[in-house]
Design a protein around this ligand. Structure first.
Ligand SMILES: [Zn+2]
Length: 60
C-alpha cells in the first residue's frame, strides 16, 4: 500500500517520449526537464513530484 500522506523520497526511473531514460528524485524542488529534448518530466506539487513522463521503475 502506498501512503499518499507521506512524501515520496525515492528515486524513480522515467522514460520521456523521446525514449530518453532518466533517474529523477521523487521529491523534486524544481521542474525536472529531459536532458535530451528539454521536455518537463516532473514538477513539484505539494512537496512531491508530479511526474509527467512514464514511470518505469521506483528505486529504493
Ligand atoms: Zn525527452
Amino acid at each position: 500500500m502506498v501512503n499518499l500522506k507521506e512524501p515520496s523520497t525515492k528515486f524513480m526511473k522515467v522514460r520521456c517520449n523521446c525514449k530518453n531514460e532518466q533517474i529523477i528524485f521523487g521529491k523534486c524542488a524544481t521542474v525536472v526537464n529531459c536532458l535530451v529534448c528539454g521536455k518537463p518530466l516532473a514538477h513539484p506539487v505539494g512537496g512531491k513530484s508530479q511526474v509527467e513522463a512514464r514511470v518505469l521503475e521506483v528505486l529504493d
